[in-house]
Design a protein around this ligand. Sequence first.
Ligand code: G
Ligand code: G
Ligand code: MN
Ligand code: NA
Length: 253
Amino acid sequence: LNLSNLLRDAIENHELFLEYQPQVDLNTGKIIGAEALMRWSQGDGRLVSPAEFIPVAEATGLIKDLGELGLRLSCRELKRWIESGYDDLSMSVNISVPQLHATGFVETIEHLVNEFRIPPSLLKLEITESLLMEHSEAILNILKRLSDFGIQLSVDDFGTGYSSLAYLQDFPVNDLKIDITFIRNIGTEHGNAIPSAIIAMAHSLHLKVVAEGIEHNRQREFLRSRGCDYAQGFLYSRPVSGEEFLEKCSEVN
Ligand code: G
Ligand code: G
Ligand code: MN
Ligand code: NA
């Protein structure tokens, strides 16, 4: 019984679901959307981390089905939020590199947006720096088609890869997510320099900045002082169910 077979069954047995971690406007404190994070609750109730099962899905080709499931659940939930009266919350979905390369990716996105009748601008795809580093025409083409369709694009884990600064101007991305490792170092001797530089650079390229993994008030205050746009982290909320997410919106927004 290897993880790959278990995962295949898990997709069919509906053991996979999403949690939503709120993203907050650093100035107003209002919730502007959420990042969808996949969860696997096995038959016996044991939780397996996506850090464990996503790489398995990528290696075995299951990522296409798993990715489509994640996108479908995200769009369905986003539709729910709109119907609950929150018509400007964004939904960020993590996309892995082989998923984006698989045939029909753009068509799948277009199909889901049309099926659920959601504004494409509310759907945000998180791609990693390494994808931009490939700097291939095929990827540029896919990202342009998504962008032309109105989908937002976000660079996840920004700053952890090789420098993709030169490529940023060529890709139609909307925002950068400063990686958690840099947020952790805020307040240490040299720890403020990198987040400050990323924010300044992003703004001069007209990109928005999301800081992820905020756990402490001093991190929030520092990022706010530097003009960072959005924040995500345990200080605000852990990833929660769709219902809990809407409850939080009704408290804060
Ligand atoms: O939620 P944490 O929640 O533990 O996520 C661990 C890792 O799994 C992160 O790198 C996150 O981006 C990734 N991840 C979570 N959900 C998904 C998903 O639906 N698709 C992909 N490709 N990665 C995901
Ligand atoms: O790779 P990606 O950025 O998608 O990963 C998101 C991961 O970050 C998820 O595992 C999520 O649970 C985790 N996360 C979100 N907020 C915090 C936080 O404040 N602290 C820590 N340690 N992890 C966080
Ligand atoms: Mn992410
Ligand atoms: Na990240």
